[in-house]
Each structure stands twice: as C-alpha cells, then as structure tokens.
Write a protein of this length. Structure first.
Lengths: 106, 458
C-alpha cells in the first residue's frame, strides 16, 4: 500500500488536499443551511486526514496516522453535539437557515 | 497527570450522583472536590515530570497555570447555587461538563505534543458548545451555541491544517522536535512550514478571540447563560493564551522574526478595537465581553515580549483578570435576576440598599481599569514593564492609550450605582453570596497590596 502511495509525488497530495480544504472553506462561507455547513466542515477535516496520512507514509513515521484516528474520534463527537444543536434550533425557530439567527448583534 | 485523573473522577462522580438523584449533594461535592484537586495539582510543583513520550509535560509552568484555572472554576462554582436556584431539574450534566471542560483546559496548559494541544482544545470546545446552549428554551442561548459551534469547528479546521503542514515539514508533532527542526533549518524554512505557522495562529487567535477573529465572541458571551460566560471569559481565555504562549515559547522561538510582526499587529488591533467598541455598549454583559477581548490583547503582549519573566507576568495578569471578572459576573448574576436585564440603567441607585454588591462591582471595575492599589494595576504595571524592557515602546504606548480609553466604560456602572438616582431595590443576595463577593473583593485588594507572593513564582 505504502509503495503504491509512493508512486504519486507528495506535492500532488498537497495540492489535492489543499483544493479539497478550499472547497470545504468555500462551502462554509457561501451556504446558509446549517447542515450543509456541517458537511463542508467534515470535508475540510477529511482533507486534513488524507494529508496527514500522506505525510505519514512519506516520512515513514506512524504518528501522523495515529493522529488521523484522534481526529476521526473528535470529529464524530463534534458532529454528535452539532446535530443535537441543530435539532434544538429547529425546535425553537422551525428553520435551520443560519440567517434567522440575528437576535444578537453589536 | 494527577490533576487530569482527579478532575475526570470528580466529573464522573457528579454524573453518578445525578443518576442516584442526590441533587442536593452536587454542589457540596464539587466545592469539596475542587480544593482536593487543587492540592493534588500543587503537589506536582518542582517535579517536572513527562508522561507518555513527552505528550504531557507537568512542569512548574503548567502547575501554576492549572492552579489559577482550577481556583477560578472554584470561584465560579461559588455562584452556581444562586444562579441555578430556580431550576427544577437535576444539574449534574451541566456541572459535570464544566469539570470536563476544565480537563481540556488542563491539557492545553501541559501539552508537549501538537496532538495533545488539539485534543485539549476539542475537549474544551465540545464541552463549551453544550454549555453555551444549556438554556434550551432561550433563543439567544440557541443562537449563541450555533454560532459558536459552526465558527469553532470551522476555525479548528484551520488549526488542524496548520498542524498537518507543520508535521509535513518537520516530520514530528513533538514541541521540542519541532524546535530542533526550526533551529536546524532556520535560514531555509519551506513554504509549507510558514503556511502552517500562520494557519495555527489563525486557529488559536479564534479560540482566544483576537481581532479580527473576535466577531463571534460578544454574541456568544452575551447569549450564553451568565455563569457559563463567566467560565468562558476567564478560565477558557487563560487556557487559550497559555496554549499559544507554550507553543511559541518552545517551538517557534528560534524564528521569532517570522511571527512577531503578525502577533504584534493582532495584539494592537485587539487592544484598540476591543476598547473602542466597548465604549458603545449599553449593557454590562456585552461590555464585559469586549473587556475580555481587550484583555486578551494585553496578554498577547506578554507572548510577544517573550523572556524568562514573561510567564510570571502572564500568571499574575491572568489571576488578577480572572478574579476581577468573576467578581463582576457575580454581581451581574444578581442584577439580571432582580431586573431581568443588565443595562447600565438597571444599576441606578444600587448602592443605597446593597452596599456590599455595589462595593464589589466597583472594586472589580477599578481593578480591570488598573487603578492602584488593586491587583489589576500591578498586573498591567508588570506587563507594560516587561514589554518596554524588551524594547517595544510603541506597543506599550498603545496599550496605555487603550487602558485609558477603557476607564470610560468601566466607570459607567460605577457612576450609575453611586451617583445616579433610581428606583431603590433589594438584590436579596443572601449572606453566603455576599460573603463570596466580599472574599473576591478582598482577594483583589490583597493581591494588589501584596503582589510579591505571585510575581516571582515560576
């Protein structure tokens, strides 16, 4: 597996993961639906996981892959809390559009 | 390590008490448990132990800051009984989550590895997302938690991407390993390392609420339940600043010229924007939110002027700031309950019937302004002295200007309480609550009069 990975230069991984990350960032910035924003954040996190795994394979250092597991666990916990928050918001406002939340400003 | 285990046990014990429906035992258990944790923490003094291949480092630096944070949490719990006295349901989950958030804070001060930094930040953040939304029926609390959650996990992504790039360049997550990599490659650092460094600054600046990543902070602090805001602006802020300080003082100190201008500009912006926007606030809670932003700007100065005395200055500053802010929140909780809001106009005529509360709030405000002989004055004095000592005269001048501007808004509630006429009302604080307020006020004065027991600690 690692040998197969090594056929692709590390720069390609870097560019690919950065592109995925930027797509995620764009999604967070332009979408108004809380669920889609959550999905975009997941895309960002997964691009980082891929990047860490690639770096880890290229430096022959397992720490990066271990970190990927930590990130997965944390991301799962975060999504659990996030979905609960979105459910609570839906109960009070009957919408998950983030533009209805404008009670607090300046 | 003892601290983390003890805190986790305490949190789980609180949850078990909730299962057993011993609701009246919750607060006494916490108020007895936290001092024990504090003692366990202090026994780590001078041991300098490293755990799990340097993933956790319990040095004097971690011990002192952990003690300050645990002590601040204890002070916040002194107000919890009064704050939640009308709530019928069991509060074991909220108390336990505060304790678990504190575990995250402890990880953030004693990490020796970027993995631990990330885990600490996330343990803290996930707990805070729940706490911020713990008033489920209140729409402002819902809004605060959604804003905090979306922005928090978004900016955690930047932090994580920064960590990944730094790992790609240096091949290690270990702080000392990164430091030796930086020393060996200081002249030709690859672009991905620099990009990673700046992404990490963005991620951490968000957690501390540094301008221009502060936009979430006033909304979230205002919408969050008051007791939790008190936790967020004191303990969480201290932990984030300490995490930044540890990272930059151990890993990136060899390439100071790379990050110093960025951090200096961010600190100056934070001080100016925080203080000038604070002038326009009409309610105390939001004003305290801006005050916390400007104070994180001051604490950033200690990171920039890194020297051996910096950690001490930061410790003293964090202590003085936390105690004064918790004191202000203590009075804020009472006024919000009596009047239903916390506009400055609600404070009119407070001093006539409630001298202790008025005195406590005045002490807090004067300490945050930096009036001698209170703790805040010496904190600012040592901080500005450290900054000037390292040759950053312009930073010091801006900090002093910001501090002078802040006096205008800190004096607003004091003037309302003592000078303006208003309807007389009684806050019905109860003796124990008044004693806690007085204790904090006396602590603020004492730390100011006798600053020496804190200033040469580390």
């Amino acid at each position: 597996m690692v040998q197969n990975l090594n056929y692709i230069p590390i720069h390609d991984y870097l560019i690919f993961c950065s592109a995925l990350f930027c797509i995620g960032v764009t999604g967070v910035l332009i979408k108004r639906n809380a669920l889609v924003i959550l999905m975009s954040i997941e895309l960002m996190v997964n691009s980082i996981n891929l990047l860490l795994a690639a770096f880890s394979a290229y430096t022959n250092d397992p720490a990066g892959q271990i970190f990927v597991f930590f990130i997965m666990v944390v991301a799962a916990a975060e999504v659990a809390v996030g979905l609960a928050i979105i459910v609570v918001i839906f109960r009070t406002t009957h919408s998950i559009d983030i533009d209805v939340l404008n009670k607090l400003k300046w | 390590m003892n601290t983390i285990i003890a805190l986790t046990v305490l949190g789980v014990a609180i949850l078990f008490l909730g299962i057993l429906k011993k609701n009246s035992w919750l607060l006494p258990t916490i108020l007895a448990g936290i001092p024990i944790v504090l003692i366990l923490t202090i026994t780590g003094w001078d041991t300098n132990r490293h755990y799990f291949n340097d993933m956790l480092i319990v040095d004097n630096y971690a011990v002192t800051f952990n003690s300050v944070m645990i002590f601040s949490t204890f002070l916040i719990f002194m107000f919890a009984g009064k704050y939640y006295h009308l709530v019928q349901r069991s509060l074991d989950d909220i108390y336990a989550i505060v304790i678990f958030a504190l575990v995250g804070c402890v990880l953030m001060t004693s990490y020796g590895n970027l993995i631990m930094l990330f885990l600490g930040i996330e343990t803290l953040s996930i707990a805070l997302y729940i706490l911020a939304g713990s008033h489920k029926e209140s729409i402002t609390s819902n809004e605060a938690t959604l804003k905090y959650f979306l922005l928090g996990s978004f900016l955690s992504g930047f932090l994580l991407f920064g960590i990944a790039l730094i790992y790609g360049a240096s091949g290690t997550f270990n702080l000392d390993g990164i430091n030796s990599y930086v020393i060996n490659h200081a002249s030709h650092l690859p672009p991905i390392f620099k990009a990673g460094l700046f992404l990490m600054i963005i991620g951490l600046a968000f957690k501390i609420a540094i301008v221009p990543f502060h936009f979430w902070a006033p909304d979230v602090y205002e919408g969050t339940p008051t007791l939790v805001s008190a936790f967020m602006v004191t303990v969480v802020k201290t932990a984030s600043i300490i995490a930044l300080f540890r990272l930059f003082s151990t890993s990136f100190s060899a390439v100071k010229e790379l990050w110093e201008p960025t951090l200096a500009i961010l600190a100056v912006l934070t001080i100016l924007v925080g203080n000038f926007t604070g002038l326009y606030q009409t309610n105390l809670k939001r004003m305290l939110a801006y005050s916390s932003i400007s104070h994180s700007g001051y604490m950033m100065l200690a990171v920039i002027a890194f020297s051996h005395s910096s950690a001490n200055t930061l410790l003293f500053y964090a202590f003085a700031y936390s105690v004064a802010t918790i004191l202000a929140f203590g009075v804020l909780i009472l006024v919000r309950e009596a009047k239903g809001n916390d506009l400055f106009t609600s404070f009119r005529g407070l001093a006539k019937r409630n001298p202790v509360e008025a005195f406590s709030l005045s002490v807090a405000m004067l300490s945050l302004t930096g009036i001698p002989p209170l703790a805040g004055f010496f904190a600012k004095y040592y901080l500005f002295f450290t900054v000037m000592d390292k040759g950053y005269l312009w930073l010091m001048i801006i900090a002093i200007v910001g501090s002078a501007v802040s006096a205008v808004y800190y004096f607003k509630p004091v003037i309302s309480m003592y000078l303006e006429e208003g309807q007389e009302f009684d806050l019905k604080a109860g003796v124990a609550y008044r004693m806690s307020l007085l204790f904090l006020a006396i602590l603020t004065v004492l730390t100011g009069v006798l600053p020496f027991f804190l200033i040469n600690l580390i």
